[in-house]
Design a protein. Structure first.
Length: 201
């Protein structure tokens, strides 16, 4: 598995544009090295869904972050660079949400499929989901455990978790004007759980 096949498929080009050809390629190559190491030492907990998260979504930004730090870039600057790349990826996801929002009865379709989707793509092996509400007005669930929070902590970069969390706001904004996404806190920000609210407009 290489970075080109993940949500950061455009990273090499962006590194060269950001840092110049020589340094950009060095940072990108170091990212590939860190990415391979993360995958080699990972535990997918016997779940195909978790493996996909690790390969495509979780480890690519983490590897880039570690490569930037290894290059001597400050933590704050590295977070800014990683955020720029993940927000680019989130904007692509937003376009998918926009297509969903255009279908008739978008909220109803979303509500009827959300529990099955969560069970398949965010299984109990990596997340602990508490369903609070799922009716004609609002879909609300809380995540009391999240593999993104667990792994950013175990890999020594808990500050990176907020970067993943912030991208939800970008992605789910694509559901407007039919569905409004709202959240008051995340595990990465110090809250006791991540709350997700999808409100019918």
């Amino acid at each position: 598995m290489t970075i080109e096949k993940t949500t950061l498929s455009f990273l090499k080009q962006d590194c060269i544009q950001e840092f110049g050809e020589k340094r950009g390629e060095e940072i990108y190559n170091h990212t590939q090295t860190f990415y391979a190491q993360l995958l080699e030492n990972s535990d997918d907990r016997g779940s195909k869904a978790i493996l996909e998260h690790l390969q495509k979504k979780l480890f690519p930004p983490m590897a880039y972050y570690k490569a930037l730090l290894a290059d001597g870039i400050s933590q704050q600057e590295a977070l800014t660079y990683v955020k720029k790349e993940t927000q680019k990826s989130a904007s692509i996801k937003k376009q998918e949400m926009e297509r969903l929002a255009k279908i008739p009865l978008a909220y109803t379709v979303y509500r009827l499929g959300v529990k099955k989707f969560m069970k398949k793509n965010f299984p109990d092996e990596g997340w602990q989901t508490e369903w609070v509400q799922c009716d004609g007005k609002e879909i609300h669930f809380n995540l009391h455990k999240c593999i993104y929070w667990d792994l950013t902590k175990s890999h020594g970069c808990p500050e990176l978790c907020c970067v993943y969390c912030e991208n939800d706001n970008i992605s789910f904004s694509g559901l407007l004007p039919k569905i409004r996404f709202k959240r008051t806190g995340t595990l990465g920000e110090g809250a006791s759980f991540c709350d997700f609210h999808f409100i019918k407009v």
